[in-house]
Design a protein around this ligand. Structure first.
Ligand SMILES: *[C@@H]1O[C@H](CO)[C@@H](O)[C@H](O)[C@H]1NC(C)=O
Length: 364
C-alpha cells in the first residue's frame, strides 16, 4: 500500500538495492514540494523525501506543538493527517490543488488570539475530561491552578476519592455543593496568592460551606470562628467594621487563599470525609506555593493547620501561628494575635500590596 502511494505521487522514483533491501528515493515535482512544505501538520510526509524538504521553521513548529501534547495524542494526529493527505496528493490534477487557502496556513502564522483560543480549548477539553474521570466531582477548577497542578490532578487517588464523594452525595447531603468545592481556585490566580489561611474541614450545616474556608455566603449567619476573626479585625485593623455577612470572597480576590485541608463533608458529620484523599491534593497546593512563590504569609491557626504547614520554608516565607479562632480557644491567644495587621506589615516590607481586609462587598 505504502509503496504504491509513493510510486503514485513521485515524479521520479529511483530504485536501489542495498544489502538485499529495496530503497526508494523520491524526487517530487517542484509543485508538489511547494505544497508539501506549506501544508500544516504534515511533517511526517517529509520522511518520504530527502532532508531539504524539512525546513528549520517547520521543525520548530512541530517541536513546539509536541511539547504541549501528550506523545500518544501527537502520534495519532500525525497518522490521521498522513492518511487524509496522501490520497489527495494523486498527481492526476496537479495544477489544481484541492486544498483551500486556509489549510495552507502554518501553525507559526497563527495570531496571538488564535493561539490563545487554541490553548483555551485544549484546557477546556482537559477540564472536561477531569470532570468525567471523577464522576463529576472535580469541576470548576480555575485554569491557573489546574495548569500548575496538572500532574496532581491526573493522579489515580482522585478517581477513588471522587467515587467515594459521589457515593456520599447519593446517600446524604454533602457540603459544599459540587460546583463550589473549588471556589478557592476561581477567585484569583495561583500566581497571585500572597496570603494563605489553612482551615481543616468545611462547615457541615446546610448552605454554609461554599469552597472558601471560614467563609459563608450572604444570608447565612457567620459561624462563631468567623465572628471571632471579625472581632480581632475590628480591634486591630483601622477602619474594619463587621460587614454584616460572612462572604470572604473579597479577600480571596486579593490573593488570600482560604483553603480547607479537606474539601467536602457529609451534612452534620464533622471530618466525615477526612483521610479520603483531599488532604493529598491540598498538600500539593501548599507544596506548589512553598516552592513557586516567595514571601507568602501563612496564617496557621490551631494545631491542625500548623501540622499541615510544618514543611513550609520559613526562610522564604512568613509563617504566623496562633491558636484557632474557635470559641474554645480564641481567648487563649487568637484575640490579640494581630495576624491581620502583621500580615500587611510583612507584605509591605516585601514590596507587595497589603490586603484590604475591609474590602468585603457582599455582592458586586
Ligand atoms: C460574595 O462576594 C463577592 C465579592 O466580594 C461577590 O462578587 C459575590 O457576588 C458575593 N456572593 C454572593 C452570593 O453574594
Amino acid at each position: 500500500m505504502a509503496r504504491s502511494l509513493v510510486l503514485l505521487w513521485c515524479s521520479r522514483v529511483v530504485l536501489r538495492h542495498t544489502g538485499g533491501q529495496t530503497v526508494y528515493t523520491c524526487r517530487p515535482s517542484t509543485l508538489f514540494r511547494k505544497r508539501i512544505t506549506t501544508m500544516p501538520g504534515q511533517m511526517k510526509i517529509s520522511s518520504f523525501f530527502s532532508s531539504p524538504l524539512t525546513t528549520k521553521s517547520d521543525n520548530k513548529v512541530e517541536t513546539k506543538a509536541s511539547s504541549e501534547e501528550p506523545v500518544k495524542k501527537k502520534a495519532k494526529v500525525s497518522e490521521v493527517t498522513d492518511e487524509e493527505t496522501l490520497p489527495s496528493k494523486q498527481p492526476s490534477s496537479p495544477s489544481t490543488p484541492s486544498s483551500s487557502p486556509s489549510t495552507l496556513t502554518t501553525p507559526s502564522s497563527l495570531s496571538e488570539e488564535e493561539k490563545g483560543n487554541l490553548e483555551k480549548n485544549k484546557l477546556k477539553a482537559k477540564l472536561k475530561l477531569l470532570g468525567t474521570k471523577t464522576c463529576g466531582q472535580i469541576v470548576n477548577v480555575g485554569p491557573t491552578w489546574f495548569r500548575a497542578l496538572e500532574a496532581e490532578f491526573g493522579k489515580e487517588y482522585l478517581v477513588e476519592l471522587s467515587k467515594f464523594v459521589a457515593g456520599e452525595r447519593k446517600k446524604s447531603a454533602v457540603y459544599p455543593p459540587t460546583e463550589q468545592v473549588f471556589t478557592w481556585t476561581t477567585a484569583c490566580s495561583i500566581q497571585s496568592v500572597k496570603v494563605v489561611i489553612i482551615g481543616q474541614d468545611p462547615y457541615h450545616g446546610p448552605g454554609q460551606a461554599h469552597g472558601l474556608c471560614f467563609s459563608v455566603l450572604p444570608g447565612i449567619k457567620p459561624p462563631p470562628s468567623l465572628e471571632n476573626m471579625f472581632k480581632e479585625l475590628t480591634a486591630t485593623v483601622d477602619g474594619f467594621k463587621h460587614p454584616g455577612h460572612g462572604n470572604l470572597t473579597g479577600w480571596a480576590a486579593q490573593g488570600v487563599l482560604l483553603l480547607n485541608a479537606c474539601l467536602t463533608v457529609r451534612g452534620g458529620a464533622a471530618n466525615s470525609h477526612a483521610g479520603k484523599g483531599w488532604e493529598k491534593l491540598t498538600d500539593a497546593v501548599i507544596h506548589w506555593l512553598n516552592s513557586h512563590s516567595s514571601g507568602t504569609v501563612f496564617l496557621l491557626w490551631g494545631a491542625y493547620a500548623q501540622k499541615k504547614g510544618q514543611f513550609i520554608n520559613k526562610k522564604k516565607h512568613h509563617v504566623l501561628t496562633s491558636v484557632h479562632p474557635s470559641p474554645l480557644s480564641a481567648h487563649r491567644g487568637f484575640f490579640g494575635c494581630n495576624h491581620f495587621s502583621r500580615c500587611n506589615e510583612l507584605l509591605k516590607a516585601d514590596g507587595k500590596t497589603p490586603i484590604d481586609w475591609t474590602n468585603l462587598p457582599s455582592q458586586v
